[in-house]
Design a protein around this ligand. Structure first.
Ligand SMILES: Cc1cc2nc3c(=O)[nH]c(=O)nc-3n(C[C@H](O)[C@H](O)[C@H](O)COP(=O)(O)OP(=O)(O)OC[C@H]3O[C@@H](n4cnc5c(N)ncnc54)[C@H](O)[C@@H]3O)c2cc1C
Length: 808
């Protein structure tokens, strides 16, 4: 065994093997993989090997597409049979919502170049004669689905990596991990120590235990999962005889089950409601290529549906029932990337669909390690999307919810209840008393809208307009015509202090730093000129700053800032030690002026001022700006003052007709002001030139500047554009995000986000299209739930394009 290596990958399941392979592909060949038993000994060996490209997140779908396409290549290069069966797959819908979901999935696939087809029940029956047509109203057919041999794939990755110089040590257990002061690692194994620059935790079923070796509690939980294999079936043989090929795979939403051919019989797996976590606190090290006791009673409801929908299964003999554990994160997507706060420590775990996702996970992690950047938009898989609030118990609640909803639709306006409320701010009870409908982001509850008094604070889930629509319209009117009050604690808040802070931040940000007492917007870029984040920067001293950013990216962005930290500079995540309330609307100044002695007249407190002032008796930092685009203030206080602040403002606002507004109204208001948002319009796949960001000043040096200049010189290939969309008048639906944008009969771009702008009475959308088409007045179509709706590109915000309201 080597005594030192550049990288030690811990775990030889399909994911660890893929990471090892991709590292060697990118030229890192001094790499080893350590496996406690044999390759595949964790959850990999008993997997059903199914693979598909369909995923709710288009970026993950793209990586799944890459994974599926990789198998032939590694099979060819390694000479190892991967057992590839590309039979295609049907996703079957039994009701209208599911059909809508399939139409949207097909639409998303269009701009990723996926060739998916919506077919009728009769066509589905022709492709998959086992099904009973009457239970379905349609299906999505995807040619790029199939199944592989789990062991063959893992061995093929391993063989290719070995060919390139990687070494694999089986029957070698990593028992401890110790970091040296220089950030390198001593990897302790039962066969000796390896000194490594980097470690990768690909421990699968034991990823949690490997994390604990360095005091890390990863949000991962294993669930029991069952599938059964039938005896050979005459119907399967007849199909093969008639068509010359195998049956396609089938996913059946109603039965919460999937089916595929396995030799001469069928394999049927379920995601049952009565799901059971496995080893919820600790995975035993003694577990080795074992299976769990099957419990057919638990999957009986799914089997009942299966026997109804596919009657031939009811009479087929059962040859084998497999029950095995595999891991999930709280939202079902993998955990990938550098562990925040720990140098040279990487994870690739919680991969619940190793055969759809393992290749993409390996590729992006390897790029991240070798190039310092994953090279794709992997936000949905970033380990930093969870904070410390994702505890063991939270993970348990969320993973069970997620598992049991595997084949359920999560509507875009749906807030799932498990593990909530967990994080709340002091005004939570006040807002609940005002009938708040709550959502959660990064673990924190925030008000979505305020139901009318006496009515149940509940939102109907839908792809179209919900019962919130008219109420949110009223909230928007309150803001635009009088004054609205909302909570704004759901921003990430950071404080940067210490000698050299200004110089450090200036080297990270695209905009000039504001003067003391001022606030401005800026972007941060990677060296390739892609957007790392968008922040409001408030300066309270020469070397003293508050930064405000996207809350969901708090761990993601703080990892980035800390990764670039300069000597002498202190970077603190303020989290809920700073909470906020925001006043917005033409009477906002009147309300605030009535409770402070500081003059708020525009001459004294102009737009984009940020100062420490007292509101009543409450010490606060007050920024004169809001995301509504109206006259407004964001008021930041220590949490112990937030209730008093709320009461004070609410009281003071009564003569001015104050009302509460929530996140839904905010999204509507920002759309009519053409304000983009992080994770939708601004993501690491876009550049500031593409995103048309105004916070770009080329008068100072900053990370990514050379790339920006080069792009500006040649002109961006695509541009963020703003559209007025005409919804179907019979059944209006607004864009949700990720819809394809059509032009002259071809898909030319995609929607990033949108909303109904209540106050302007228009349905609006943001999206990226090729620069040559990004011309005001140009006509497009946006595909909304299977319908191509007209959209025209707008030159400027539909409301107050000169920005007079916020400067008033
Ligand atoms: C019944 C069932 C059916 C499934 N069907 C499918 C399917 O159809 N399609 C699909 O895509 N996925 C399927 N899966 C999921 C799939 O199995 C997983 O996504 C995949 O196996 C995850 O691989 P992994 O490498 O992350 O983890 P694992 O396979 O668990 O690998 C982790 C490895 O790390 C090793 N290890 C851990 N700690 C240490 C240590 N300290 N020292 C040394 N070695 C260590 C372990 O021994 C193990 O071999 C199924 C799973 C089950 C249970």
């Amino acid at each position: 065994m080597k005594v030192s290596a550049q990288v030690v990958v811990i775990g030889g399941g399909v994911v660890g093997a893929s990471v090892l392979y991709h590292l060697t592909e990118l030229g890192w060949t001094d790499v080893v993989l350590v496996e406690r038993k044999e390759l595949t000994a964790g959850s990999t060996w008993h997997a059903a090997g199914g693979m598909h490209t369909l995923n709710g997140d288009p970026n993950v779908a793209k990586l799944q597409q890459y994974t599926v396409g990789l198998y032939r290549e590694i099979e060819r290069r390694s000479g190892q049979n991967c057992g590839i069966h590309m039979n295609g797959g049907l996703t079957l819908a039994g009701d209208r919502e599911r059909m809508d979901w399939l139409r949207m999935a097909q639409a998303r696939g269009r701009y990723l170049g996926m060739d998916m087809e919506i077919i009728s029940p009769a066509e589905a029956k022709r492709m998959f004669p086992l099904l009973e047509e009457q239970y379905f109203i349609g299906a999505l057919f995807d040619r790029d689905e199939g199944h592989v041999d789990p062991s063959g794939v893992t061995q093929a990755y391993a063989a290719c990596a070995r060919q390139a110089g990687a070494e694999i040590y089986q029957h070698t257990w990593v028992s401890d991990l110790r970091q040296r002061p220089d950030g390198t690692w001593d990897v302790m194994t039962d066969a000796g120590e390896i000194h490594a620059e980097h470690i990768v935790n690909a421990g699968g079923l034991w990823a949690r235990e490997v994390g604990r070796m360095i005091g890390l509690e990863l949000p991962v939980l294993a669930m029991e999962h069952m599938y059964l294999i039938t005896e050979d079936m005459a119907e399967v043989a007849e199909y093969k005889a008639a068509t010359g090929h195998e049956l396609p795979m089938a996913m059946d939403f109603d039965g919460e089950l999937y089916l595929r051919q396995e030799r001469g019989g069928m394999l049927l797996g379920t995601y049952e409601q009565a799901c059971v976590p496995w080893s919820p606190r600790e995975t035993p090290w003694t577990f080795d290529q074992q299976l769990l006791t099957p419990d057919l009673d638990r999957i009986a409801p799914s089997l009942e549906v299966a026997f109804k929908h596919y009657p031939a299964l009811a009479t087929a003999g059962i040859k084998n029932v497999i029950n095995g554990p595999f891991t999930f994160s709280p939202d079902g997507n993998p955990l990938v990337g550098p562990v925040p706060g720990v140098r040279n420590c990487w994870v690739a775990c919680a991969v619940m669909a190793g055969f759809s996702q393992g290749g993409g996970v390996g590729l992006t992690l390897a790029r991240w390690m070798v190039d310092g950047d994953p090279g794709e938009d992997i936000w949905a898989m970033d380990v930093a999307r969870f904070g410390t609030w994702a505890s063991l118990a939270y993970t348990n609640a969320k993973v069970r919810e997620n598992y049991s909803r595997r084949f359920r639709i999560t509507f875009p306006n749906e807030e799932l209840p498990a593990g909530r409320p967990l994080h709340t701010t002091p005004v939570y009870d006040r807002l609940t008393a005002h009938n708040a409908v709550w959502g959660a982001g990064f673990g924190l509850e925030h008000p979505l809208w305020f139901q009318r008094p006496g009515e149940e604070p509940r939102e109907d889930v839908t792809f179209r307009r919900s019962n919130a629509h008219p109420v949110v319209a009223d909230e928007c009117t309150t803001v635009r015509e009088r004054v609205g009050l909302t909570e704004c604690s759901n921003f990430a808040k950071y404080r940067v202090t210490g000698a050299g802070s200004a110089e450090w931040l200036q080297g990270l940000f695209t905009n000039r730093l504001p003067r003391v007492g001022r606030i401005n917007l800026t972007a941060a870029l990677d060296p390739g000129g892609h957007i790392v984040g968008e922040f409001s920067v408030a300066r309270v001293g020469t070397d003293d700053f508050f930064l405000f950013g996207s809350q969901i990216a708090e761990a993601h962005h703080s990892r980035w800032f800390r990764g670039h930290l300069a000597d002498g500079v202190r970077f603190d995540v303020l989290a809920l030690s700073l909470v906020g309330l925001s006043l917005a609307g033409p009477r906002a100044r009147d309300v605030l002026q009535s409770v402070t002695g500081v003059s708020l007249a525009t001459a004294d407190y102009p737009f984009m001022t940020f100062r420490r002032i007292d509101i009543g008796m409450i010490p606060a930092h007050v920024g004169r700006m809001t995301y509504t685009g109206d006259l407004g203030y964001e008021i930041w206080v220590a949490p112990e003052y937030q209730r008093a602040l709320f009461d004070l403002l609410w009281q003071a606002g009564q003569p001015y007709g104050i009302g509460l507004f929530g996140f839904r109204a905010l999204m509507s208001l920002r759309m009519e002001k053409m304000f983009g948002t992080w994770a939708r319009e601004y993501r690491p796949i876009y550049t500031p030139a593409e995103a048309q960001m105004r916070s770009l000043r080329l008068d100072h040096d900053f990370i990514g500047r050379a790339a920006v200049e080069a792009e500006l010189a040649r002109g961006p290939a695509r541009k963020l554009s703003y559209f007025d969309v005409t919804p179907d008048p019979a059944e209006p639906a607004d864009v949700l995000g990720d819809e394809p944008i059509w032009h002259d009969g071809a898909v030319v771009g995609w929607v990033t986000s949108g909303a109904y702008a209540h106050y302007s009475a228009r349905s609006l959308a943001f999206g990226y299209v090729p620069s040559e088409l990004a011309v005001p007045g140009e006509r497009f179509e946006v595909e909304i739930i299977g319908q191509r709706r007209p959209a025209v590109l707008l030159p400027e915000p539909v409301l107050d394009p000169a920005g007079e309201r916020m400067r008033a």
